[in-house]
Design a protein around this ligand. Structure first.
Ligand SMILES: Cc1ncc(COP(=O)(O)O)c(C=O)c1O
Length: 407
């Protein structure tokens, strides 16, 4: 058979990172590649207990279909969570999703016709790139500075995009501890983003999977909390604060957008899992949620500190810099232009250490001299040893780039 796939599937790409991760899953490798939350943070006993109770005693709500927008007893605590963080989304402006990746897919379906443009950071989260490319969108990259997007470049990119005949539909941002860079936007940049969105009449999609994972410093207001015009759509997830395998998140935004998303979601999955929604309802009702989040933050803070400390001691300094994230799971290393992290990867695997190459996070074909390091899964001892190995790998690579044979 010669399957005649839709035109749009030609734009859909497999994640390079998922392919590379297979390489890094060999035994004895210390991997900073995967961006997964640490299973040690999942409340396993609680979930096992309430799952058994729900399945045995509440099958009508747990094993049955539920509404497309999601269970109200889950949307209510989510609405309160948003409110505590300055965001005003009543339950009827929230739709429960199969975590934020489904939110990205639904946003893409709701807004993007082939050739429409989305403004994204350089770098940006790969899962978002995949979701938008699957709709044949044009992705326009805007450089990220240490405190958020370069807003002059954003304005210029919007103008160029329009001149070239593409319609920009939204700006996609991860303002807190971004994946992959760990960068957090300043309040000024968040306000500036909204001004530009208002002037250009664009939606802002604020993806905030890591927002609750702040370990140090003061919280910066969510973009949605500064929005006075109802143009921000928020993507939220329980993947990093409860358990990623439950596949639970939420999309919140202006009513008109949420209603459109609910209609599209009907065709996608009818509803998000009733069982996992009930587990999350019980989590909010019965668990010490603030204490749990404090535990998670302490857990990752220790690992982040270990990684920053090890980088200071083991990583060559010349022309090399890294971000110092105040939360989340990642930090980002920039090398001199002539060092290509993809070319260096076999050397790293030989030394039994792994990272994620930076280029796939760039929609403009650049970023070959960058890498993402995740501090979530390795132990503190492994972080020390792994960064020690990585320092050696980088030193060797730089030396070999200087040697005449390689030139
Ligand atoms: C920025 C960002 N958005 C969305 C997701 C998707 O996560 P999930 O679908 O588990 O909520 C991730 C996962 O790592 C992410 O880093």
């Amino acid at each position: 058979m010669n399957p005649k796939f839709a035109e749009r599937t030609k734009a859909a790409r497999r994640s390079v990172i998922r392919e590379l991760l297979k390489l890094t899953e060999q035994p004895h490798i210390i991997s900073f590649a995967g961006g997964l939350p640490d299973p040690a943070t999942f409340p396993r006993e609680f979930l096992a207990k309430v799952a058994a109770d729900e399945i045995l005693n509440n099958p009508g709500k747990t094993l049955q279909y539920t509404t497309t927008e999601g269970k109200l007893p889950l949307r209510e605590p989510l609405s309160r969570w948003f409110a505590e963080d300055g965001m005003n989304f009543p339950p009827d402006q929230i739709v429960v999703t199969s975590a934020s990746q489904q939110g990205l897919d639904l946003i893409a379906k709701a807004f993007l016709d082939p050739g429409d443009a989305v403004l994204v950071g350089l770098p940006t989260y790969i899962g978002a790139i995949q979701a938008f490319q699957a709709m044949q969108a044009k992705l326009v990259g805007v450089p990220l500075e240490d405190d958020g997007m370069d807003l002059d470049a954003l304005s210029a990119a919007i103008a160029t995009t329009r001149r070239e005949g593409h319609t920009p539909k939204f700006i996609y941002v991860v303002p807190d501890f971004q994946n992959p860079s760990g960068i957090t936007w300043s309040e000024d940049k968040r306000r500036g983003l909204l001004e530009i969105a208002s002037r250009e009449d664009l939606v802002v999609v604020e993806d905030m999977p890591y927002r609750k994972l702040r370990f140090v410093g003061r919280s910066v207001p969510a973009v949605a909390s500064l929005d006075t015009e109802g143009r921000v759509v928020v993507l939220f997830t329980l993947s990093k604060t409860l358990a990623a395998g439950l596949r639970l998140g939420a999309l919140a935004g202006p009513k008109e957008i949420v209603e459109k998303i609910v209609t599209l979601k009907q065709a996608t999955d009818l509803c998000t899992s009733s069982l996992t929604q009930r587990l999350a309802v019980r989590f909010f009702q019965e668990y010490d949620v603030p204490g749990h989040i404090r535990m998670i933050c302490n857990h990752y803070r220790a690992k982040r500190d270990a990684m920053l400390d090890a980088l200071d001691r083991h990583m060559p300094k010349e022309g090399i810099s890294w971000t110092k994230p105040e939360g989340g799971l990642f930090l980002w290393v920039r090398f001199p232009e002539h060092l290509d992290t993809e070319q260096m990867l076999p050397r790293a695997i030989e030394h039994k250490v792994a990272y994620v190459i930076g280029a796939p996070f760039f929609v403009n074909g650049r970023g070959h001299n960058t890498m993402r390091l995740s501090f979530s899964s390795a132990t503190v001892d492994q972080i020390e040893e792994g960064i020690h190995r990585l320092g050696l790998v980088v030193a060797e690579e730089l030396a070999s780039l200087r040697s005449p044979q390689r030139a």
